[in-house]
Design a protein around this ligand. Structure first.
Ligand code: FDA
Ligand code: NAP
Length: 457
């Protein structure tokens, strides 16, 4: 099933991935490992587009001391193929740190180290990626009334904003475009109003000596990390942390609750009726959302207490409060905060307001364009997604559209996380191999069971 020449001289790929973060990186590796063992008819031709010029994973939040929120064993491959040479342990072995890491006795490496691991893995499959290319549209390729392939168009992103367009043809596309920053309604980014996603990209703009006051909005992991970071980096400045809770709450990472991120939990969630899905999300949201790593909470508390003792309180919390408005001023921002207990407002004059108010999955619909007509939505207007992450389509479409991310409503909490990416990549690849007509033996049977087992296990 490897690349063949289609109509209009377009090479036809079995799979084109949009975005090359950890999800599609895991898929690229699954494809490489599959091809290594497959015979000529089983091989898949894959290609990926990534708009960044090189691999990067949330670089704006790569803080020196931040650690992973997931075990390193949930890396790009291990849960699918523990013998893979693309594991985090293989990376440590190759860079001569395996023994040191073992002595460290942790499951949670620094984010910087995991980023280096992801870069190392992506470098090994970099020839499969068109870097600096943003996919702008998908178009159906029709044969009669049937959609038999998809044209994927990407714009090359040059530094001056120009760039030529390229179009590749695919039998399947896998959309893994990740998350986008979320601001509260009525607030948007500006000179002195940032989302935490921008933090390290812009922090050099602020003079360490001159900074007087920062406001950090939110009480999730990002907010706590940004609060600690600004407080440490700007030793003369106040940091005011604004949130609606009474205090930061710890992430539930206890072992039974953690099962919600198991590969099997995806089956349970997927099969559950809608009201049970809602119950599960409610019970276990505190494993991931609006919660903070326990050690970081202790550290922030330690700092506030120490400052109380010393008599110079730079780190303060405005709890049970919401930011109501922000107003850009000449060289600062006025942040209006409403206390929810006394229903009073106060204006804070700050050098910068950082909104650590979460992320939303990027909506795939604008990319789908005319193809959306082939993808009937559910009652909530969202794409219907099958267990194998394939978007449900009308009968007239023979190619596959898969989602990695943006499937929390169907596949549960691990949808936007790293927990199941290794297994998910294997499942998607197995589905592509099984569903692509050219691998089906005569008679329309599925691809050989041995090949599928290799992909999933
Ligand atoms: P991700 O967002 O990483 O990648 C998407 C890629 O698509 C990007 O590289 C983007 O440039 C590209 N792209 C988007 N649109 C495109 C287009 N039109 N054309 C071409 N390319 C396009 N989870 C976890 O399990 N453990 C953890 O420790 C953390 N830590 C963490 C820290 C921070 C700061 C954040 C914000 C999030 C986490 N997460 C996390 C959750 C996070 O979503 C997860 O780690 C992965 O980033 C998910 O990988 P994806 O590849 O799906 O998306
Ligand atoms: P989050 O968990 O969704 O938290 C968002 C915070 O913003 C919440 O406290 C929320 O408060 C608040 N908020 C949302 N809308 C608001 C509004 N309109 N006004 C005021 N406050 C508002 O987001 P996150 O902290 O960015 O975490 C997102 C994901 O990234 C998680 O999976 C997290 O684990 C991951 N992450 C990981 C690391 C790491 O690995 N070290 C670092 C950062 C993030 P309410 O609850 O009151 O709405």
């Amino acid at each position: 099933m490897s690349s063949s020449t289609g109509t209009n001289d377009h090479p036809v790929h079995d799979l084109i991935g949009i975005g090359f973060g950890p999800s599609n990186l895991a898929l690229a590796i699954a494809a490489v490992e599959h091809n290594d063992q497959a015979n000529d008819t089983e091989r898949v031709a894959v290609r990926f587009f990534e708009r960044q010029p090189a691999f990067g994973w949330h670089r704006g939040m790569l803080l020196d001391d931040a650690t992973m929120q997931v075990s390193f064993l949930k890396d790009l491959v291990t849960l699918r193929n523990p013998a893979s040479s693309f594991s985090f342990l293989s990376y440590l072995h190759e860079c001569g740190r395996l023994v040191d890491f073992i002595n460290h006795k942790t499951l949670f490496p620094l984010r910087l180290e995991f980023h280096a691991y992801l870069e190392w893995a992506s470098a090994r499959v970099a020839d499969l990626v068109d870097w600096g290319h943003e996919v702008t549209r998908l178009e159906p390729v029709l044969e009669g009334d049937e959609v038999v392939a998809l044209d994927v168009t990407a714009r090359e992103l040059n530094a001056d904003g120009t760039g030529r367009e390229v179009t590749y043809r695919a039998r399947n596309v896998v959309i893994a475009t990740g998350l986008q920053p979320r601001f509260p309604e009525g607030i948007s980014g500006s000179e002195h109003v940032w989302h935490n996603q921008q933090l390290l990209h812009r922090v050099e703009e602020i003079d360490v000596e001159a900074a007087r006051r920062f406001v950090v909005v939110g009480a999730g992991q990002s907010a706590a990390e940004v609060t600690a970071f600004l407080h440490g980096r700007f030793p003369e400045a106040e940091v005011v942390s604004v949130f609606s809770r009474y205090g930061y709450s710890p992430a539930d990472d206890s072992p039974f609750a953690n099962r919600i991120f198991d590969p099997d939990a995806v089956d349970d969630f997927f099969e559950a009726p809608v009201h049970v899905k809602k119950l599960l999300m409610g019970y276990h949201a505190n494993t991931n959302y609006s919660v903070v790593d326990g050690e970081l909470i202790e550290e922030l508390y330690r700092r506030t207490y120490q400052e109380k003792v010393v008599g110079r309180e730079r780190l303060t919390m405005m709890n049970v409060a919401r930011v109501e408005a922000v107003r850009e001023q000449d060289s600062s921002v006025a942040v209006t905060v409403r206390s929810l207990t006394g229903d009073r407002t106060v204006d804070i004059d700050a050098d910068l307001a950082v909104f650590a108010t979460g992320y939303d999955p990027v909506d795939p619909l604008p990319l789908l364009g005319d193809l959306a007509a082939f993808c009937p939505p559910d009652t909530g207007g969202r794409l219907r997604v099958q267990r194998d992450y394939r978007v449900e389509t009308t009968p007239g479409i023979r190619c596959g559209i898969y989602l990695q991310g943006g499937t929390e409503h169907t596949h549960g909490l691990s949808s936007s996380l790293l927990s199941t990416i290794a297994v998910r990549a294997g499942e998607i690849l197995a589905s592509v191999v099984a569903g692509t007509p050219s691998v089906q033996p005569a008679g329309g049977a599925k691809a050989p069971a041995a090949a599928l087992r290799r992909l999933i296990s």
